[in-house]
Design a protein around this ligand. Sequence first.
Ligand SMILES: [Zn+2]
Length: 171
Amino acid sequence: MSSSEPISLDAFRKKKQKEEAEKPYPGVLVWLHCPSCETVEYTEIVAPHGRTHKCGAAVEELEVSLDLRAEYTITQFNLKRISELLEKNKESKLRKLISKSLDNALIALRQSEETYISRLHLAAGCQIPIYPGDLESLRDQLPIVETNKLGLLISEFRFEPEKRFADQKKI
Ligand SMILES: [Zn+2]
C-alpha cells in the first residue's frame, strides 16, 4: 500500500480527532461530611491538611477520582431532561397548583445541575467538552448508576453520598 503524504496526514488528523473525541478528563472531587451537623456536600477544592466546618467540628473528607468529562456529559443530559419536563409542565394548565410546585422543584434541580457543571469546570481548570453521541450510544461508557423517577441520571459520584461515610464508620 502506498501512502502519499496528504493521505497519511489526513489519517493522522483523523486519529487525533478520534483520540480527542474519546479523551477522558481525569480529576478529583471531594465529598465532605460534618459529623456534628450531619451535612454532606461536595467540593472541587482538595484540602490535604483537612478543614473545619463552620460549627467548629473537623470535616470528614473523601477524595474521589473521576472522569470530569463523563460527569459533565451526564449533567448535560439532565439539563436537557429538565427543560423537557418544564416544557411539558407548561402544557398541563389544568393542574395549576401541582404544576407550579413542580416547576419550582425543577428550577431548583436545574440550579443544582448548573452549580455542579461550574464545579466540574473549576476542578478541570478548563472548559470540558461533552462526549459526542446520544444517551443510547453513550449509556454503557458513562458511570450511570440509576435513573430517578423524573428520568434524571445519577452518576456513581453523586449516588447516595451519605452512604460513603456510613460505610466508613463500619470499618
Ligand atoms: Zn458542622
